[in-house]
Design a binder for this molecule. Structure first.
Ligand SMILES: Nc1nc2c(c(=O)[nH]1)N[C@H]1C(S)=C(S)[C@@H](COP(=O)(O)OP(=O)(O)OC[C@H]3O[C@@H](n4cnc5c(N)ncnc54)[C@H](O)[C@@H]3O)O[C@H]1N2
Ligand code: MOO
Length: 400
């Protein structure tokens, strides 16, 4: 029970450790990147009135036309008829009225003749050239009301990430707030008395890899990082950091080992926490642990920089995804080189992807960052390894 947990099982336990997704309402500017909780149903047709797609003239009939004064067709008060979506002014056969892009089209208009394809002589307008004649005969440049969506149509389903175009689509329907899934509130706790946060480290010291990168990666996964603290290598300080604050999840780095300098497991013990995943059968990242105690979940990542990120990709990603009701993305890709296996362990290998083929990067030792810095995905290499050309599972990096 205390040995390393198979990596699929560990991912399943991580997903199961999240509470059922909860909902909150946020204003549109704060909804970017969040997960939609309820369908987006447009209360209005899109567009909600018939409008011109070009600057020019609204015309009725084959032409030539007599130009009439622009009134409701282009004025700021040109409210469309709520039933038809058409502007209330009426264009009679043989008439034309100036119109600008986006303005309501008068009732009766059957084409927009763009300005560069019309010739005006006094109050007489005629189409010029093939382009002008086609504008008219093909009834061009009219955007009918409801041509993109009718009122009551479902435009987005729940469970999708709110990308910039999805936010823009929501805004176009006239809504000002959206129902989104709650994010876990996360405290990041950095350990390691040897770690320095600026300048060139002396011998026996290491420059911090996590204070900037880890919160960013967690936010990319969909979490809300509410604090980052560095604590001394001490069991009481670790226990206090693991149990303090109003948070849902604590993510630690370092100290997952069993030496005198490692305090995460001892602190969890002292808290009476339940170890959900004591370690994972992955390499690097094996010492990654998951626990529940003090009313929160604790994800313990190893101190080695690559190992920590791979622990986050393997266990943190399904945990945060389940919290926000997302299904973690999984894909398979062809290996561009033979990948050695290791009995009882899933190898996690940073890889670059070109033309659908994944090449493992160099410099992918547990304490390194160089391979990860150039990687596009992480390959999950089964214990038996994989031949060149074989399909292997590819996990996305949080920021890609
Ligand atoms: N006897 C054994 N020793 C180790 C084992 C083992 O099974 N038996 N496992 C090894 C593996 S695998 C890993 S991974 C590490 C896990 O170590 P910890 O989580 O306890 O991490 P630390 O010992 O605190 O640090 C490891 C390494 O990472 C550096 N580090 C820590 N924090 C940072 C930071 N913020 N930025 C950059 N680098 C950091 C730290 O200086 C150490 O070099 O244990 C192995 N040992
Ligand atoms: O699992 Mo450790 O992560 O290899 O250095």
């Amino acid at each position: 029970m205390n040995g390393p947990v198979d990596w699929r099982e560990a991912r399943a336990r991580a997903a199961a450790a999240a509470p059922p997704p909860a909902v909150e309402h946020v204003a549109l500017p704060r909804a970017l990147g969040r997960v939609l909780a309820e369908p987006l149903v447009t209360p209005i047709p899109l567009p909600h009135f018939a409008s011109a797609a070009m600057d020019g003239w609204a015309v009725r009939g084959a032409g030539p036309w007599r130009l009439v004064e622009s009134d409701a067709a282009t004025g700021p008060d040109a409210a469309p008829d709520p039933d038809t979506g058409l502007a209330r002014s009426v264009l009679r056969p043989g008439q034309a009225v100036p119109i600008v892009t986006g303005a309501p089209v008068p009732t009766g208009a059957d084409a927009i003749l763009r300005v560069e394809a019309g010739g005006v002589d006094g109050d007489r307008l005629e189409a010029v050239g093939d382009v002008g004649r086609r504008d008219v005969s093909e009834h061009r440049h009219l955007r009918p009301a409801g041509s993109e969506a009718v009122a009551g149509e479902r435009l987005l389903g729940p469970g999708v990430r709110l990308t910039p175009p999805r936010i823009a689509l929501a805004a176009a329907t006239g809504v000002d707030a959206l129902a989104v899934r709650r994010r876990p509130r996360v405290a990041v706790v950095l350990t390691g008395d040897e770690v320095v946060e600026s300048g060139v480290p002396g011998v026996g010291r290491v420059r911090d890899s996590f204070r900037i990168a880890l919160p960013a990666a967690l936010e990319s996964l969909g979490a809300e990082v509410v604090g980052v603290v560095r604590i001394p290598d001490d069991t009481d300080a670790t226990r206090a950091a693991l149990s303090g604050g109003d948070v849902d999840l604590v993510v630690t780095t370092g100290g997952t080992g069993r030496s005198d300098a490692d305090h995460v497991r001892r602190a969890l013990d002292a808290m009476g926490a339940e170890l959900l995943v004591p370690s994972v059968a992955i390499r690097p990242g094996g010492p990654t642990l998951l626990a529940r105690g003090g009313g929160r979940v604790v994800l313990g990542l190893p101190g080695n920089p690559l190992a920590a990120v791979l622990g986050l990709v393997a266990i943190g990603a399904p945990l945060v995804a389940a919290w926000t009701g997302l299904t973690p993305a999984e894909a398979v890709i062809r290996a561009g080189a033979p990948l050695a296996g290791r009995e009882g362990t899933t190898g996690l290998v940073p890889a670059t992807v070109a033309e659908g083929v994944a090449m493992p990067t160099e410099f992918a030792g547990a304490g390194m960052l160089r391979g990860l810095a150039s990687a596009d995905v992480v390959l999950a290499v089964p214990p038996g390894g994989a031949a060149r050309g074989e399909r292997v599972e590819a996990l996305p990096l949080p920021w890609s």
